[in-house]
Design a protein around this ligand. Structure first.
Ligand SMILES: NC(=O)c1ccc[n+]([C@@H]2O[C@H](COP(=O)([O-])OP(=O)(O)OC[C@H]3O[C@@H](n4cnc5c(N)ncnc54)[C@H](O)[C@@H]3O)[C@@H](O)[C@H]2O)c1
Length: 382
């Protein structure tokens, strides 16, 4: 059911660097392709007045401000999209939800379990007043991965036995790469674990529609010191992480992530093996899903490369004719489309803050396990 509104929804985005740019692109394009409620791109928030004003003009925001708190009392702002580092998520999201603004916040939900739990409590209270919240696990909006989830839910793979997720980057492979907020525990919470294993863990639970119950983990920091503004500084987060995960339904998953895997730029690969079929996905070929149907005749059995560009595939009816491929940035457009549609229909969007907390619980258990020589830790026990 679509709601009648007296005016377009007013939107603000906080942050204008990597994710602020990707989300701005999505806000700019979504209404051209999808049927979404009317909205206006009102405000972009940063800290440096000149830089945020220039970014607002470039990305198409009507106005720019340097203090996010000035949005709290503004009646013309209905939605806030938070694209700042993790240490700011809890304070900003809770304040905006309490002020009655719908909130989309980038992953990971927050830097600590306490912050994550507070965000869930605030979000659930806000939901009773019709105020919506969602966390930005954009890979759920890759059409091939949304299709993979549908095929698994339809039972096309039979009973799921095994999942392998690998997410490898190399932007920290250079030992002279400088210190950033992403390498300090107090600002980032964790390293590759919170940054990219959060996506991997979300995918495992999303694709299988299942819950991770226990973990065995390992973390490693290959470059323990990096140059900061005041000289050498210890790196207090992991460069790489590994985990084996048990799911409630009986499947076992392995996750391997790294930011020092030289030569791998943003290599997310996912394989799912069931009793009757298997699936494989590679982000570098994101328009494709490999499907092996184990029930087909052995004479002609083989892996099919499904080109996920048909109008019947998730999200694809809005874009181009079959075979005319889409890219990474479209996942953010799909994310905004789903968030706006949920706000308009009054349906709780997914992934919710509670789902984001579920991912954080798994990551906390991996950290606990790593600190205890990879012993098995029950999710939710830390
Ligand atoms: N979904 C994805 O694929 C993906 C990819 C990268 C990052 N992220 C997540 O997005 C978030 C931001 O990461 P990023 O890579 O864009 O970081 P970034 O360092 O590129 O940008 C951070 C932005 O936050 C702004 N900012 C910082 N403090 C602020 C304040 N007090 N008030 C207003 N603005 C402030 C900065 O000006 C900057 O524009 C993180 O949670 C990160 O984990 C998600």
């Amino acid at each position: 059911m679509s709601r009648q509104r007296s005016r377009p929804l007013g939107v603000a985005t906080v942050g204008y660097a990597f994710m602020g740019k990707a989300h701005s692109q999505a806000w700019r394009s979504v209404a051209s392709y999808f049927d979404v409620p009317a909205f206006e791109r009102r405000v972009l928030v940063g800290r440096d007045a000149d830089a945020v004003t220039a970014a607002a003009a470039r990305y198409g925001w009507a106005d720019a401000v340097t203090d996010w708190r000035t949005l709290l009392d503004r009646d013309d702002i209905d939605i806030v999209d938070i694209c700042t580092p993790g240490w700011l998520h809890a304070e900003m999201a809770c304040a905006f939800l309490e002020a009655g603004k719908h909130v989309l916040v980038e992953k990971p939900l927050a830097n600590s379990m306490a912050e994550s739990a507070a965000m869930v409590t605030t979000a659930e209270q806000a939901a009773t007043r019709g105020v919506r919240s969602m966390v930005g696990f954009n890979y759920r909006r890759v059409p091939a991965l949304a299709l993979a989830r549908d095929l698994i839910a339809q039972g096309r793979l039979g009973v799921i036995r095994q999942v392998r997720v690998s997410y490898l980057q190399d932007w920290l492979a250079d030992a002279t790469a400088p210190m950033t907020w992403r390498l300090r525990k107090e600002t980032a919470g964790s390293g590759a674990l919170g940054d990219i294993a959060s996506h991997a863990v979300d995918q495992v639970q999303f694709l299988l529609g299942d819950t991770i119950t226990d973990v065995s983990g390992r973390l490693h920091t290959f470059v323990p010191t990096r140059d900061g503004a005041d000289g050498p500084e210890p790196v207090t987060v992991d460069d790489a992480a590994w985990a084996t995960l048990s799911l409630a339904g009986g499947a076992v998953a392995s996750v391997e992530v790294s930011r020092v895997a030289l030569g791998r730029k943003n290599a997310l690969t996912i394989e799912v093996y069931g009793s009757e079929g298997s699936l494989a996905f590679d982000l570098e070929r994101l328009n494709e899903l490999t499907f092996f149907d184990g029930t087909a005749s052995p004479a002609t059995q083989g892996s099919a490369r499904v080109l996920v560009t048909e109008p019947g595939h998730p999200y694809l009816d809005a874009w181009w004719p079959p075979g005319h491929t889409i890219g990474w940035e479209h996942t953010f457009t799909h994310q905004i489309r789903d968030f706006l549609t949920a706000i308009d229909s009054g349906v709780a969007p997914s992934p919710s803050f509670a789902e984001g907390l579920g991912v954080q619980r798994v990551l906390a258990a991996v950290q606990e396990s790593a600190a205890a020589k990879s012993s098995i830790v029950t999710v939710g026990s830390v």
